[in-house]
Write a protein that binds this ligand. Structure first.
Ligand code: ZN
Length: 316
């Protein structure tokens, strides 16, 4: 039995969008505490990632966007020296500090390193506890707390660098992964399945493509409603696609206690979803799964949900 990897890095806690921002460094602390308290941390193989390289980032992002982020970080350092503010706003709810660029590189690197380790057979699967999150990040722009799209990068990396022919991207965050969708739309090698509260942020024009399986759900839907849709809509497409590896945008803000959205999922629903995905991975992908943290803003619900998700990944 191969271990489940747990990828995280201290720099991911240094990205900080200011007091009161829900996408806060304490999210990673809450997850870490929970894994320690429950003893689950001891059962995981903990690894520190290395940052993604320029050529790796270009698998999903434009050279001009990557350069502009670097430029803004340099500009911010200069402004701070001159007594200016310590953050620079990228969109109404996304800002960078001097650590953001490195944290985002490390988040992307975690997803890529996890992909390498799982494909090398060193790990059965992996969870990346990283931030900033990624699924709203588009090819050319940051938005919705996201800078680089870790999951889209890892999916492309598995195909282009490791030679896989078919992968699946699953997004169970309460918000629509519009950035991932933009990057993978029309690529028949990648099947993207998601559910999300609708109408809701990001109110982004949905791409139409054969490889996108979108399941919009109304506010106040419960876990059972979502489970039925997953079984009837995602599962037949996943079985037909036969992915050789599964990537998960693991956002836990559809939890009943999370005020960021209005869905009613609980830990048992995340257990059920993870079991379903694991069964698909076992049938078609030699069990290979890389899961990357996205949303989840109620610290207690986030920590409990991650525990539930990782426990299934690790067969515990
Ligand atoms: Zn979200």
């Amino acid at each position: 039995m191969k271990p489940t990897g747990y990828f995280t890095h201290p720099i991911c806690r240094k990205h900080d969008m200011g007091a009161g921002h829900p996408e806060c460094p304490d999210r990673l602390g809450a997850i870490e505490d929970r894994l320690l308290i429950t003893g689950l941390a001891d059962a995981l193989e903990r690894r520190e990632p290395s940052p993604a390289s320029q050529s790796e980032l270009e698998l999903a992002h434009s050279r001009s966007y990557i350069a502009s982020l670097r430029g803004m970080t340099d500009e911010l350092c200069e402004e701070i020296k001159a007594g200016g503010p310590d953050r620079l706003q990228l969109d109404p709810d996304t800002s960078i500090n001097v650590h953001t660029y490195q944290a985002a590189l490390m988040g992307a690197g975690a997803a890529l390193n996890a992909t390498d380790a799982v494909l090398a057979g060193e790990l059965q699967n992996a969870f990346c506890a990283v931030r900033p999150p990624g699924h709203h990040a588009c090819r050319d722009r940051a938005m919705g707390f996201c800078i680089f799209n870790h999951v889209a990068l890892a999916a492309k990396y598995a195909l282009d660098r490791h030679g896989l022919q078919r992968v699946a991207v699953i997004d169970f965050d309460v918000h629509h992964g519009n950035g991932t969708e933009e990057i993978v739309a029309g690529d028949p090698r990648i099947l993207m399945c998601s559910y999300y509260q609708h109408p809701f942020y990001p109110e982004w024009p949905h791409a139409e493509a054969d490889n996108l399986v979108n399941v919009p759900v109304p506010a106040y839907s419960k876990g059972m409603d979502v489970r039925e849709l997953i079984d009837s809509v995602w599962m037949p497409r996943l079985e037909a696609h036969r992915p050789e590896m599964i990537f998960i945008s693991a956002g836990f803000d559809a939890h009943r206690e999370d005020d960021m959205g209005q869905l009613g999922l609980v830990e048992q629903d995340y257990v059920w979803i993870t079991q379903r995905l694991k069964a698909v991975a076992d049938r078609h992908a030699q069990g290979r799964i890389v899961s990357v943290l996205e949303g989840g803003y109620n610290l207690s619900a986030l920590a409990r949900s991650v525990e539930a998700h990782v426990r299934v990944l690790a067969d515990l």
